[in-house]
Design a protein around this ligand. Structure first.
Ligand code: FAQ
Length: 332
């Protein structure tokens, strides 16, 4: 089934594992959850910090393309909904940073690595949102792809990550629906609105397919991450499921998927479709997408603008801790 998957660097066969590593793998194979204080191989810990950290950064950077449209929402109701959605993404980032912190990394360290380019965030957030129809496309396609990837992650082997995903998935389904509701309004609206909806679908289709990561033959981490049940499915499996789910939704809207090779394949029970332009994907994750610089600049600014507040909070926390430790003055 996973014939195309490459072996991850440093991945050990059972014979190469130490007794501790074998016992750990047995726990994973039995479907047990791993908790922060349990023994774990260093590679497992590092992979989780990378994936959960990247995921947390995606939620936070992911607020920017939609945050840009809060003040320009077409009605008070749409504004309230979008505001709630963007706030949810901030909450997701916080659960995920907390899950990463249980692995012994500090939030300051994760932030520093985001800001200086040592850690990634999802490629999708390096594309611009040009008009209101893009809010529909982001909710429908980007949150739709995010849920497709995150529902299986509720069963991931690391307890804090899996528990964070359960809550996040509940909120993501509301996000996907609000996006589809915007698309319905536009697609069933005036011809100009329908045209905007089609244009947004055209621009977001391939970047959404890229969210699942490179094709299995280029996915360097999948084999090891799946053996550790950090990932439950391969990138290509989830991409296929996303296409199969989304095509009928586009048909209902009367919109066309921008892919002339899209065709139902009876034998595999799914759609055949064109691969995204992988050279574009690798350029975007190297930092050369349309909005990479702008996104990182916005995050750096927010981090430094908030420094006085974090310092004040920490100073107050230290003062409180000193007070709690001080001997109680004898009653007069
Ligand atoms: N973007 O070997 P693989 C959201 C990197 S949802 C950037 O296949 P892996 C919600 C990868 O890190 C979006 N980089 O890697 C929202 C690795 O590079 P490295 C976030 C990518 O980890 C919606 C290299 O390529 N969701 O934010 C991407 O096994 C709307 C090789 O790739 C998650 O993070 C990419 N798309 O599989 C918020 C879900 N794909 O680190 C606001 C959790 C791959 O060695 C608005 N993460 N790379 O330098 C995962 O499931 C996995 O990490 C994958 C990648 C599937 C993303």
């Amino acid at each position: 089934m996973y014939a195309q998957m490459v072996k991850s660097e440093g991945m050990k066969s059972r014979e190469e594992m130490s007794p501790e590593e074998q016992a750990f793998q047995d726990r994973i194979d039995r479907g047990e959850k791993i908790e922060p204080k349990d023994w774990m191989p260093e590679g497992y810990r590092k992979t989780l910090v990378r994936q959960i950290g990247q995921h947390a950064h995606s939620e936070i950077v992911g607020q920017l393309p939609e945050g840009n449209w809060i003040t320009r929402a077409p009605s008070l109701e749409r504004k309230a909904i979008l505001l709630a959605k963007v706030q949810d993404e901030a909450g997701h980032g916080l659960y995920l940073y907390s899950a990463a912190e249980t692995l012994g990394v500090s939030r300051d360290d994760l932030m520093e690595k985001l800001h200086d380019g040592r850690m990634k965030y999802s490629s999708i957030f390096n594309y611009p949102t040009l008009n209101w129809a893009d809010m529909g496309a982001v909710g429908w396609l980007v949150d739709g792809a995010a849920i497709m990837n995150q529902v299986p992650l509720q069963r991931t082997s690391f307890g804090p990550y899996s528990r964070a995903m359960i809550r996040i998935c509940k909120e993501e389904s509301f996000h996907q629906r609000q996006g589809y509701s915007i698309m319905m309004k536009m697609a069933f609206g005036t011809p100009e609105q329908k045209e905007m909806a089609q244009d947004a679908l055209n621009r977001f289709w391939y970047p959404s397919l890229m969210m699942f990561g490179p094709s299995d033959k280029d996915s360097v981490h999948s084999a090891q991450s799946m053996a550790w049940k950090i990932k439950i499915n391969t990138n290509d499996e989830l991409r296929q499921k996303f296409v199969d789910q989304t095509v009928p939704q586009a048909k209902y809207l009367g919109l066309s998927i921008p892919d002339e090779n899209l065709a139902w394949n009876e034998e595999k029970g799914g759609y055949d479709f064109s691969e995204p332009d992988w050279s574009e994907f690798f350029e975007v994750i190297k930092g050369n997408g349309p909005c990479n610089r702008e996104r990182i600049e916005a995050r750096r600014k927010a981090w430094y603008d908030g420094e006085w507040f974090r310092d004040g909070l920490a100073a107050h926390g230290e003062k409180e801790a000193r007070r709690a430790k001080a001997p109680v003055a004898a009653a007069e």
